[in-house]
Design a protein around this ligand. Structure first.
Ligand SMILES: [Zn+2]
Length: 84
């Protein structure tokens, strides 16, 4: 069997076909959500440049720190309350 003309990776799903099973599934997804929507999702999820990744990491760290600070403050408050 020939290889898929779309992904050039898998073999075609039917003897006379030109695409593989996964690419046919992809085609159905594109039909369902429109090519623009699928492209946007792919670009946002897979094609993330380094700067954006670094920024995301910093944001995550900031959130983590803020959460910890809050938890610490709450714990101290509770301790004070129990001391009374
Ligand atoms: Zn394919």
């Amino acid at each position: 069997m020939a290889s898929c003309k779309f992904c050039l990776n898998n073999t075609v799903d039917t003897w006379f076909g030109s695409w593989c099973e996964k690419c046919h599934k992809l085609q159905r997804i594109i039909n369902l959500f429109t090519i623009d929507k699928v492209m946007t999702v792919l670009e946002n999820v897979l094609i993330v440049d380094e700067e954006t990744q670094e920024h995301k990491l910093k944001e995550e760290l900031k959130t983590e720190l803020t959460t910890r600070e809050y938890q610490l403050r709450e714990r101290k408050k509770k301790q004070k309350d129990s001391d009374k």
